[in-house]
Design a protein around this ligand. Sequence first.
Ligand code: ADP
Ligand code: MG
Length: 251
Amino acid sequence: MNTLGNNTDFLLSIENLSVSFDGFKAVNDLNLYVDENEIHVIIGPNGAGKTTVLDLICGRTRTTDGSIKFRNKELTEMKEHEIVREGVGRKFQNPSIYEDLSVFENLEISFPRGRNVFGALTFKRDDEVIARVNEIAEMVFLDELLDTQAALLSHGQKQWLEIGMLLIQDPELLMLDEPVAGMSVSERKQTAKLLNEITKGRSVLVVEHDMKFVEDIAHRVTVLHQGKILSEGSMAKVQADPKVIDVYLGH
Ligand code: ADP
Ligand code: MG
């Protein structure tokens, strides 16, 4: 694992990353690495800079300093849609689905071929698209609800639909910001199962507060505090770290 030279074996390699908002360093000289097929969870108190890290990776916020390499390609100069095209998918805290459309249609328009010059909804539904929509719908527990209008789904189902809309684009790195917030206990369990399934062949970077959920999914945990890494390692290791208990878990 060479971190000194230009190339690394990591899927995502963040080095010396900083961002300042009017002189306030929300992310401060951060180094963070995500392996292939890894579920990496970022935890930490409110305002620690977790969402900002995801914003920096997906190009929504510009870095002040440092490097973000995805498959050894520098992302910090790229536009948001270019980063998506490189294989990085991002889910925001609130689901952004098309409420008026059915589950099927939401997945269909997210299929990469849908975004061609003919517009999102006019392409022919060929067998390939239908097969892929069905496959994804089953993965996100919505295969019985393909004809249901998205507005009628529960909060948890809407979150799954949005994960499905990202999955259908087959990203190599999927980023999720608090995916189980507002979900019931059983929905949380199902979401953990879902994430454990989808990491076969991809990596996931998750921000989450629910410690039971983190325990169920995390291969590695990074604890952020004031834009810096407070602790890192297995869930067991960070949970036992007195620094983490002091600033986060103890409250
Ligand atoms: P977390 O997700 O860990 O709760 P955030 O990344 O949302 O924290 O925010 C980290 C800090 O950066 C907070 O103090 C927040 O107010 C600040 N911040 C985030 N985005 C911006 C922005 N676009 N402009 C100014 N300040 C911001
Ligand atoms: Mg946040």
